[in-house]
Design a protein around this ligand. Sequence first.
Ligand code: FAD
Length: 437
Amino acid sequence: MTAANGVWRNWSRLERVKPVRVERPPTIAAVQRAVTAAARAGLRVKAVGAGHSFTGIAVATGVLLELDELSGIVSVDRERMRVTLLAGTRLHEAARLLRPHGLAMENLGDIDVQTIAGAISTGTHGTGSRFGGIATQVVGVTLVTADGELRRIDEDHEPELLPAVALSLGALGVIVEVTLQCVPAFVLTALECPAPLDETLDDLEGIVERSDHFEFYWFTDTTTAVTKTNERRPGGERTRPLSAMRRFVDDSLMANGVYRVTCAASSMVPGIVPSVNRLADRLWTNREYSDLSHRVFATRRTVRFREMEYAVPAERTADVVRAIDELTRSRGWHVSFPIEVRFAAADDLWLSTASGRPSGYVAVHRYHREDHRPYFEAVEDIMREHRGRPHWGKLHTQDAASLADLYPRHADFVALRDRMDPDRLFTNAYLERVLGG
Ligand SMILES: Cc1cc2nc3c(=O)[nH]c(=O)nc-3n(C[C@H](O)[C@H](O)[C@H](O)COP(=O)(O)OP(=O)(O)OC[C@H]3O[C@@H](n4cnc5c(N)ncnc54)[C@H](O)[C@@H]3O)c2cc1C
C-alpha cells in the first residue's frame, strides 16, 4: 500500500520505494492512458496488487498503478461456470461475488487478501495433489500491452499464449481482466490434529493421495507434525462452522496473538525457542469443522514474517523436510516459526513452480525482526540439491541462468517478453534478475 508520503512498502517490509508517481486508474481506458503516458515520458510502469510478495517483484520505480478501483465482476457464463473479474479484485471479494451464482474458486492459498492479478502473476497456490495453483484456473486474460493496446488471450484468441500469460510475473503488460474456470460452490470438512512427524513423512505420498487437501506444519525442536486435512463435500451439505468465539480464540489469540508475543520474546532470547516450540506442540488440540470452501482454505495472518518457499518433485518432499531437520539440529538453530508443507498437481504453465511435475512445497519462515538470511541460505542449498523451484513471490537468490535450467520453457518466456515488451516498460530489478535484462 502506498502511504500518504508516496512511499510504497510491501507486507513483509523488506521492500520500499518512492515511485515517480502513483496512479489509481478507475477504468480500463485509464490504465491504457497511464501506460501510454509512462512510455512517452520514458518511465517504467508497474501494477501492484496487495503488496503481499516478499520479493521485490512488485517494486515500481516509475509509475505505480494501484488497481483497487478496478474490482468486481465483469461477466458470468453460468453454463460454463466461467467468471470474468477485474484485475484488482481481492480473493475474498471474489469468493463473496461468486456465491450468489452458486460458484467457487477450485482451490485457494492460506490467505485471501491478495488481488486476483497479483495471485496468478506469482503462482500463488494452496494444497492438494489433484489441484493446481490459482493460475491453473485461468481461462482468459486481458492485458494492456506496452503500446497501450488491449490484448485478449483465451481459447479463441492466441490460445497458445495462455500458459505463458496466466502466470507472467507482471512482465508482459498490465492485466485488467481475468476469466476463471470456477466450480460449483462446495463445502470443506476440516480436520486439524497433531501426528508424529516420522510417521507422517514415512507415509507422506499415501496420506497426500488419500485426501483432497493435505498440509502440515512442523516446528523445529519437536517431533510432531500439525496436520490439516480438508475434504470436499457437495455445496448443499450442512456445515458445522467454528463458532465465532472459537475462531477468535484459536486464530486471533492462539495462532496470532500469543504467537506475536512468543516470537518477539524468542527474537530477544533465542534460548527459549525450544521450550516455546515444545509448549506450542502440546497446546495443539484437535479441531474438526466444516464450512463453505473459502472460509476453510483461508486464515488470517497478523504476525509479520519473512518466507522462502520451494517446489520440489513431490516424491522428494519427505527427504527435504528430513534434511531441514538435520540442518537445524546440526547448526543448533531454534526457529520460532514453523516449516509448512503442501502439494500441487503438475500443470502446463510455462513458469509455474509445478510446471510438468507433481510438486511438494516446503516453506520456511522467520519472524520479521530476526535475520532470516543464514537459515534461508542453508535451506536454499538443500532445495537446489533437489532441483527445487522458488516461489516467485517469496525470498530466494536464483537468477535467470539458474532458473533457465529449472524451467524447460524459461527461454520461450524470455523470447515472448522480448516480443511483447521490447523496451522493458514493465521491468524492474527483480525481473532483470530472474528473466534477464
Ligand atoms: C501472509 C502471507 C500469506 C501468503 N500465503 C500464500 C499461500 O498460501 N500460497 C502462495 O502461493 N503464496 C502465498 N503468499 C504469497 C502471495 O500470495 C503472492 O506473493 C501474491 O503474488 C501476492 O498477491 P498481491 O496481490 O499482493 O500481489 P503483489 O505482491 O502486489 O504483486 C505480485 C506481482 O503481480 C504483479 N501484478 C499485480 N497486479 C497486476 C496486474 N494487474 N497486471 C500485471 N501484473 C500485476 C506485480 O507487478 C508483481 O509482479 C503469501 C504472502 C503473505 C504475505
